[in-house]
Ligand binder design. Sequence first.
Ligand code: IPD
Ligand code: CA
Ligand code: CA
Length: 260
Amino acid sequence: MKPTLDFIQSIAAEAGDILQNFAGDLKIEHKSPIDLVTQADHASERHLIKAIREAFPGHAIVAEESGEWEGMPEHQWFIDPLDGTLNYAHGVPIYSVSIGYAFKGEMQLGVVYDPTRGEFFCAERGQGATLNGKPLQVSAFTELIDCMLATGFPKGANAPEDDNLVNFASFINVAQSVRRLGSAALNIVYVGSGRLDGFWEVDIYQWDIAAGGLIVQEAGGVVTDIYGGPDFLKKPPSFVCANPVIQPKMLAVLAEVRAQ
Ligand code: IPD
Ligand code: CA
Ligand code: CA
């Protein structure tokens, strides 16, 4: 049995409530010197996995904090119970819950929920994308100099080609502005809603991009990995999204950096 968007939206809302109303000790732990996890991440993830396992026993789940839950591979969930943990731990109200569902390797449903603003970004394959029920559309700019872009930086040790500072410097020179908001999922759905004009990240995880990627596609945008490959969930994931004119221009900037 396949899930519905309503189901995903309702469990995202519950997870968002857990994050917003978390009253206990956050017990912040370090996954690396600059990567944190809190009890709120764990509580949100426990809730989401319980809800999915109860409603869809046997579906496979990849979740950030607890890893892979085995199941039928054709039914695959991607869960980030709290995207923007650093913001959350510092009290910066820019974070989200991200839930994606793929059937036979193709993303079908995605919800990114911003509990601070009560914003539900949703998409169902072939049915368009919405923000709190209203249709979403990517922006219409055709020149990078008119675009507000966003990115994020990897938190672990990485290969030289993953040095996003060089990419960042290149985009700063050709775009109107480059932001780093601290929640990849929210950055991505902001591209879907036209608030931002493009987003890229070189070293990212499936749970950060699965739901948002579908939302951007359904809002008329283009999503690929940094090499232009359409399977943006293929490991190791990288991610570039924008409208159909700007996205190839972003790929060209990234390719130029690699060629240097
Ligand atoms: C991180 C955030 C950040 C992005 C990182 C992600 P987390 O997720 O989305 O903006 O740059 O790549 O890992 O750890 O807060 O869930
Ligand atoms: Ca994340
Ligand atoms: Ca997370």
